[in-house]
Structures are given as C-alpha cells and as structure tokens.
Design a protein around this ligand. Structure first.
Ligand code: SF4
Length: 390
C-alpha cells in the first residue's frame, strides 16, 4: 500500500470539521440518555453501544435503528438480557439475520455478570476485555471503546476499509493488506478526539464514499485521495477475481396433519442457525428427484412417512461461500410419530402460531407462502387444493 500523501493532522482536521457539519446526527447510542451530545471524554452507556455495534456488524444503520429501540425496551440492561430466555432473545432478533450474533450477546451478558464482573461495573474499558467477549473482533472492540469511552482505538469495518483503500489507491485487495490498513487507521486516528474522529470516518464511508457512485464532490478528503486523482474511485477497493458460488439444493417438507397443523423442528444448538426453528428437510443427493429427497430426509430425521404434494415455493439464499436453493413442497403426514433424531425437538403447531417461533430469514418466505396457500383454501375462487387428511 502507498503512503498517504498528506499530513495526518490535515486529514484529521478536515474530516472532523466535515463530521460536525455533515455527519449522521441523532444516532441514539452515541448520545446521552437525554438526547444531548456528550462532552469530550465523557463516557456513554456501554451496554447501549455494545448492542448497537453488534447489530451493525452485518447490517445497515437504518435497518438496525428500529431493532435497537425495541431491544432496549425488552432488554433495557445487561442484567435483564442475562436472565432472558434464549428463545425470547432470538425472537427479538428475528429479521436481522446472522442469529449467531444474538446468541453471542446473550452469552456475553452471562460472561459480563459472571464472578469477575459481579458487584462492579461489568463493562471493560480495555481492548483485551472486549475481545474476551464472544463475537467481538478488533474493529467492533475499537468502535465500542472509542464511542462509549472516547478512548483512542482504531476501527476497520467494511466502510472504513473502502475509504482507506481509495484514499491510498491501494492496488491489492484489502484482505491481503490487513496489517497495513490497521496501521493506517491507527496513524490517522485523532488521539484527542477518537470518538468524533471514528464516527466521522464511519459516516464518510456510509454516506459519501459509498460502494457505488461515491460523491467525491462532497468529500473533505478529495484533495488528498489517490483514487479520485486516478479518475476511477469506484474501481477501489480492488477485488480478487471471484469464482461462482456452488449451489446446493435443499428439499424441504411443509408437513400438515389432518387438523391443519404444521410440523416444525428446532435445530441443534451448534452452528450458524443453531436453536432456530425450521421446516424439516435436507440436501438433495446427485440424480435424486426432489420428492425422494424430501421423503428420505423426513424418514431419516423425524422417523415419519409422508406423501409429497405440490411445490409451495422455491427460494435461494446466498452465504459467503455457497448458495442454497430451497425447493419446498407441501406434504401429507402418513405415518410415524415425529421424533427429533437430528434436532432438539419437534412440534405440531397451528399456522398462526408459527410467528411465535424464531425462524431463519429464508424460512419467513416459506411461512408467507403457506399462509397465502391456506388463504386460497378459504377462498374458493383461488383454486387452492384441499388440506390433506391424516
Ligand atoms: S474523494 Fe471520493 S473516493 Fe476519495 S475518499 Fe472521498 S468520496 Fe471516497
């Protein structure tokens, strides 16, 4: 990576001035409880900042805001969060995705209130203290420490990385230059106003130096920016040549009994989606018809026999390393008492009670499709098929 061609003091001064005038205002966890701005060095509520920073890890601010407000009403303190039931925690996260973050917040609340934190302010003011909590990496820890305590720790989230890659005109994909990016973020940080500086840097990345069509005309760093000088800022950060993601097809059964109840199971606690509820199913084998996949998976995982009926919905979901295609069919339960052979528990529920169970994001579209199909049964003009009978 090239050096920044300008004095860090100049870059700090113009960014701080820009942040005061044009930075995002009114972000609740960056303010005192009465909504006023904190004085320099004044600590803010670390619990509110911690929850917000974890929510923001893979989600934009406008999406996080309503979730954060609701979370603060339901779990107003780390003590309330620690005593909450995990299902309640997951339900309040539903829709934000990456549920592992919610479980880690819950675990973190237990850890903070454990023997070491009992009787004292449980929130650490050191990098090591925050890194010891589940799901907290260096950038999140730096963001919490600078925002909550106004301490001089650098940050390097995706937005900041993009700004720095453009500022320097870095010719390598940033993940190959992580150490150099950290050094740069650290060298630019204003040690006297770390809270205001990091916030302005994040605001610049989120509102001006955006992934597509950066608004360089409004940018305080334009006179110092290598990518702008090169005439193609959107070409940065440089990317690795990407490979197409492999697709895995998943056969899913929405199994109905004769009374119109639907069968769901709760995933084992481990893994990305551990503890969430889902419609049962599994991977399609090579050359296997999807109906056979669903029958086989339900036999192996629940010890039941089903008749596979019409297709309800097909949907795709992309992860960083693969794409999943869910082929979802309505099924009629034929025989066998459902058993949790590969899950924590199984449950027959009324369709209207599905919303009381936390599901992965992909499953919410299956639920919507099921309700639409059931609505069609109530409306003869819809042409829906009759509910299967046991
Ligand atoms: S001048 Fe443009 S590319 Fe450079 S930092 Fe500013 S917004 Fe980003």
């Amino acid at each position: 990576m090239r050096d920044v061609p300008s004095n860090p003091r100049t870059l700090r001064r113009v960014l701080l001035a820009w942040g005061r005038l044009h930075g995002r205002q009114g972000i609740p966890w960056t303010l005192r409880l009465d909504g006023s701005r904190p004085e320099g060095g004044e600590p803010l509520c670390a619990y509110r900042v911690w929850i917000a920073e974890v929510m923001l890890q893979q989600t934009q601010l406008r999406v996080v805001r309503p979730y954060w407000h609701r979370w603060m009403e339901v779990f107003p303190s780390v003590e309330v969060l620690a005593t909450a039931d995990e299902q309640q925690v997951l339900l309040n996260w539903q829709g934000l995705g990456f549920y592992r973050r919610a479980r880690r917040l819950h675990q973190g609340a237990h850890q903070l209130l454990g023997p070491a934190g009992a009787g004292t302010d449980p929130f650490p003011s050191t990098l090591e203290g925050w890194l010891a909590l589940p799901g907290i990496g260096r950038s999140t820890a730096g963001s919490i420490l600078s925002s909550a305590f106004d301490l001089p720790y650098p940050i390097l989230d995706g937005n900041v990385q993009r700004v720095l890659a453009r500022l320097t005109g870095c010719r390598q994909p940033p993940k190959r230059e992580r150490a150099a990016f950290w050094r740069l973020s650290e060298s630019l940080l204003d040690p006297r106003r770390p809270r205001a500086f990091n916030q302005a840097l994040m605001d610049l990345g989120a509102t001006v130096c955006t992934p597509r069509n950066p608004r360089c005309g409004e940018c305080p760093w334009r006179p110092h920016c290598a990518a702008y000088a090169a005439g193609n800022p959107a070409a940065y950060p440089v990317k690795d040549a990407s490979q197409p993601l492999p697709i895995q097809v998943i056969g899913v059964g929405v199994v109905l009994d004769g009374g119109g109840r639907v069968l769901i199971d709760q995933r084992l606690p481990e893994g990305l989606l551990g503890g969430l509820w889902e419609f049962p199913g599994g991977k399609q084998e090579p050359e296997e018809p999807i109906e056979a996949t669903i029958r086989r998976e339900l036999r192996e995982e629940l010890a039941i026999e089903v008749e596979v009926g019409e297709e309800l919905i097909v949907l795709e979901h992309s992860y960083s390393h693969k794409r999943l295609r869910f082929r979802v069919h309505l099924c009629r339960w034929l025989a066998g008492v459902p058993q949790p052979l590969a899950s924590q528990q199984v449950r027959w529920v009324e369709p209207n009670a599905l919303s009381e169970h936390p599901f992965p994001a992909a499953n919410t579209r299956i639920i919507a499709a099921l309700h639409a199909w059931l609505g069609g049964l109530d409306n003869p003009g819809h042409g829906g098929q009759e509910l299967p009978s046991a």
